[in-house]
Design a protein around this ligand. Structure first.
Ligand code: GLA
Length: 380
């Protein structure tokens, strides 16, 4: 880590000395550094991995919950802002919180009544959202301490591994999960997920970052312009469980096929919006699941920052931070009010284990679970 830091500073110094007079810019080096991020209540040391690329982007990831604690991204004029919500202190991530930046699983999103049947056996999960199980239950992947290792290669990358034990939170099978974060030279944070189990199970692992492209704590996200590349969504009941219908977005406030301001229709008199207290729904991403394709694009007209989300997953949950209520004091003392961030959780559809018509979330013993999502940043 020392070496890479040195290389980085040498390159930066060379760039400065070269100044504008030099036509060919010296590329800054990418690097990964590791630093302590405190200890858990149980006394386990947690590390912060900082991934830097040569284009001015930086991602901070800790091995508690695989949490993305910071994402520093250039905006118009090269201005850097941290575009994810989060905390300064480890203790705040350990307490129940809105899943800021975390890897959620074993099953991201909801499973109705915390129950499902697989191979004729009924499994009862930890219930933590009314009568439903949300984001893996009470002690989900977001609370786990993961093993971390730097991945050698051209781009800075960190691989996190967690073994979720048989019947942890009620799920069958010992599931070994790997999540690799890679920062590419194109200002992409790429997340590769893989998992394997010794007994048939279900899995749906995602990242729960809350973005604010103006910078964390800089107001609400209602003025951002959103595209979701989806012709259908999965309407929900009062408990936010899909009814089973794949409904056309045409003529509804869920039609984001053309770039649309997030806040334009959020308060419409619409039953689905009322149930979600805003947007908190799963869209069926157009194209073929299993292939990396665009799911969504957001631009913040103020800062010029653009986020594109690509995924191999069949769906994406667009959530407008409706439950944020000012009780979370985040980084640098910023208070996160309602709708101060949005999430684009790439995923299988909620409650899939109870919907045989939905793309399956079953992971067979001996088979490999694989999924990729890319968060790509640019400026316009
Ligand atoms: C997901 C859910 C929301 C909410 C948040 C966390 O996005 O769909 O309903 O639970 O996580 O607060």
């Amino acid at each position: 880590m020392h070496t890479s830091t040195t290389i980085l500073s040498l390159a930066a110094a060379a760039l400065l000395m070269g100044g504008c007079a030099q036509k060919k810019e010296l590329p800054m080096s990418s690097a990964i550094t590791k630093a302590p991020f405190g200890q858990t209540e149980a006394g386990q040391p947690i590390e912060l991995y900082t991934l830097k690329n040569a284009s001015g982007m930086e991602a901070g990831i800790i091995n508690l919950g695989g949490i993305v604690v910071s994402l520093k991204v250039p905006g118009r004029g090269g201005q850097i802002a941290d575009v994810v919500l989060g905390f300064d202190k480890l203790a705040d991530y350990e307490k129940p919180n809105p899943y800021f930046g975390a890897i959620v699983g074993r099953y991201g999103n909801r499973i109705a009544k915390g129950r499902f049947t697989l191979n004729g056996a009924e499994y009862k999960l930890a219930v933590n959202d009314g009568e439903n199980s949300l984001h893996g239950g009470i002690h989900g992947f977001n609370h786990a301490v993961w093993q971390a290792r730097e991945v050698p290669g051209a781009d800075p990358a960190v691989e996190l591994t967690y073994v979720s034990k048989d019947l942890e939170e009620g799920y069958p099978g010992n599931l070994t999960v790997k999540v690799t974060y890679t920062l590419t030279p194109k200002n992409e944070l790429r997340i590769d997920y893989s998992a394997a189990t010794d007994k048939d199970t279900v899995a749906n692992v995602t990242n729960h970052s809350y973005f604010n492209l103006a910078g964390q704590g800089q107001g609400d996200i209602l003025g951002d312009v959103l595209t979701i590349y989806a012709s259908k969504f999965t309407p929900v009941d009062a408990g936010l469980i899909p009814t089973g219908e794949l409904k056309s977005v045409a003529g509804t406030p869920f039609d984001f096929r053309q770039p649309t301001v997030i806040g334009a229709r959020i308060n419409n008199d619409d039953e689905q919006l009322k149930r979600g207290k805003g947007y908190d729904h799963n869209w069926v991403v157009d194209g073929t699941p299993g292939t990396l394709r665009p799911a969504a694009r957001v631009n913040d007209p103020g800062s010029g920052r653009v986020l594109e989300v690509l995924t191999t997953e069949p769906g994406v949950q667009f959530y407008t931070g409706n439950f944020l209520d000012g009780t979370s004091t985040g980084k640098s003392g910023k208070v996160y009010q309602r709708r101060y961030g949005f999430c684009l959780e790439t995923q299988h559809f909620p409650d899939s284990p109870n919907h045989p018509d939905f793309p399956t979330t079953v992971v067979k013993a001996g088979a490999e679970y694989k999924s990729t999502t890319v968060f790509r940043f640019s400026v316009e």
